[in-house]
Design a protein around this ligand. Structure first.
Ligand code: FNR
Length: 500
């Protein structure tokens, strides 16, 4: 057996680890004990006797510049921008396991993306370009849920990270994020389950415990689960982001484990690319992870760049954000931060008044990309729209539009749905089948909303509105048609003025 030296004097035996995996009985219904067979980086685990996590040490997390996980920031466009600028790995925003677990994987042909969708909400969006560089960060407090969520996305990402540092109320009250730091048994269970059942490198991101000794003990426990690396945000749970980072704690962790340690928390000390190397040196870490420094200036990852060009960064971000259908609110949020170093404060001020992507592009001198954006939207509309109805529309059939402010709560109030009422109405008319109500609902990939066109008695009806739910969209179209057909109903129950 070949001993693997450890910096803290512990000796980890390579063959012992392999043996541990081999002696585990084949599944026998116990999902959590299935040994790993291959991984996203190629089947090097099977090809050598080197334990899985030792081999990983030499690949994915060593000497890497990393975009940190950031809620609302770490979505596809910003991740792609960071990669374009020189980042090696990009973390997603924290994605909660129970949300991801319910998603359906769909291929969005129009955008060229893979999307994990639940109730028409895109929970995770990715594309081939980042497949070998994207690490999905999970928010979890439950080993089985974490495994299910990780397995679901495993063919689209390069690694899985567990958030063990977030101090926000939402995370802590759900037993996730920094609340895990004081639950070593649960930490062990979550990470071990992931390592054993997911064919990807597993990592976690922690904050500091009150003393160096406690932090090191936690890091060693984490190492013992077989993870590929650990990221250390060098602040206590109670500390604010503006407070100085504790390099001594990060260094102590790096000195006491053999897996790669990723230094995080140093953004306020990083103004230019070369500062990143200084952090790596100071902490003895294998890699450095940046959040705010990259949020303000993704070019920080670019070798040789000394100054940020906020406007260039912003323009590149807008192109990607529109290409991948980000919503305007999120685009503006990210632009506010990308303009952090911009001398022109007026532009930042004007941002909030941009009402749509066209105005946004005009503000940044990018008219062309708005056109690309709208072409993309039309394309998705045409491909989704029922071809028969589309052809009728194209030939100039009349479309009756009545804007009704439909909301689902009114269904409970009225106790009967507009779709049912329309069906009942059509029954009374003894209509031939082609004249009966027919709903054509399309999903707009850019707006991420549904739009319904209803054909009835040879005419077309719509509420003209886009809805985030397919059923609601159809109910709204039915309601609009009933009103336009002057069917006598108590429309007030649906918040529609009878005198409209
Ligand atoms: C964060 N951070 C964070 N951390 C995490 O593990 N998961 C997350 O989803 C988020 N979300 C998030 C959003 C935003 C807007 C910011 C600024 C930060 C924390 C982040 O990853 C990092 O640990 C800290 O910001 C410290 O690193 P920097 O900023 O000094 O490089």
């Amino acid at each position: 057996m070949k001993p693997v030296p450890s910096k803290n004097g512990n000796r980890l035996l390579a063959d012992e680890l392999t043996y541990e995996l081999r002696t585990i009985p084949p599944s026998a219904g116990r999902q959590e004990l299935v040994p790993r067979k291959s991984c996203a980086m190629g089947d090097w685990h099977a090809a050598s006797n080197t334990p899985f996590h030792v081999a990983k040490c030499h690949t994915l997390y060593v000497d890497k510049l990393i975009l940190a996980p950031m809620v609302r920031v770490g979505r596809l466009p910003m991740r792609l921008l960071a990669l374009q600028k020189g980042a090696d790995l990009v973390y997603t925003e924290e994605t909660i396991d129970y949300k991801l677990e319910k998603c359906v994987r769909t291929v969005n042909e129009t955008l060229g993306t893979v999307e994990y969708v639940h109730n028409s909400e895109v929970v995770f969006q990715t594309c081939g370009r980042e497949k070998n560089n994207v690490i999905l960060q999970l928010g979890t407090s439950n080993p089985l849920r974490a495994v299910k969520a990780a397995q679901l996305v495993s063919k689209d990402v390069a690694g899985i990270d567990v958030n063990m540092g977030c101090p926000k109320h939402f995370s802590v009250s759900g037993g996730m994020g920094s609340s895990l730091l004081t639950k070593p048994d649960l930490v062990k269970e979550i990470l071990t389950s992931l390592v054993r059942n997911v064919t990807l490198p597993i990592t976690c991101k922690i904050r500091l415990l009150p003393t160096i000794a406690e932090t090191v003990t936690l890091a060693q426990l984490i190492e013992g689960t077989g993870v590929a690396a650990v990221a250390v945000h060098g602040r206590f749970v109670t500390e604010r982001p503006r407070e100085p980072v504790h390099y001594d704690y990060i260094k102590a962790v790096a000195d006491s484990v053999r897996i790669p340690v990723i230094a995080n928390g140093a953004s306020l000390d990083i103004a230019v690319y070369d500062d990143i190397a200084a952090v790596k040196q100071k902490t003895g870490c294998a890699s450095v992870m940046l959040a705010r420094a990259a949020q303000w200036n993704p070019s920080i990852f670019s070798f040789g760049k000394t100054t940020a060009n906020p406007l260039d960064n912003a323009r590149e971000y807008i192109k990607l954000a529109l290409q991948y259908g980000q919503d305007l609110g999120n685009i503006k949020f990210n632009l506010q931060h990308l303009l952090h170093f911009a001398p022109d404060k007026i532009l930042k001020g004007k941002l909030s008044s941009a009402a749509n992507s066209q105005e946004l592009c005009e503000l940044f001198g990018l008219p062309v990309h708005y056109k690309e954006d709208s072409r993309c939207g039309l394309q998705s509309l045409y491909t989704t729209l029922d071809s028969h109805l589309f052809e009728l529309c194209r030939r100039g059939y009349r479309i009756n539009i009545l804007e009704v402010p439909f909301d689902r709560k009114s269904l409970r109030r009225a106790n009967i749905s507009p779709k049912f009422l329309l069906w009942e109405y059509s029954q009374k008319q003894s209509l031939a089948w082609p004249e009966k109500p027919k709903y054509c609902t399309l999903y707009d990939n850019l707006l991420r909303k549904f739009f319904t066109l209803l054909s009835f008695k040879g005419e077309f009806y719509t509420s003209g509105g886009y809805y985030s739910n397919k059923k609601t969209s159809e109910q709204a179209a039915a309601l609009a048609s009933l009103k336009l057909l002057n069917v006598d109903l108590p429309y007030e129950l649906y918040n529609v003025n009878s005198s409209l």
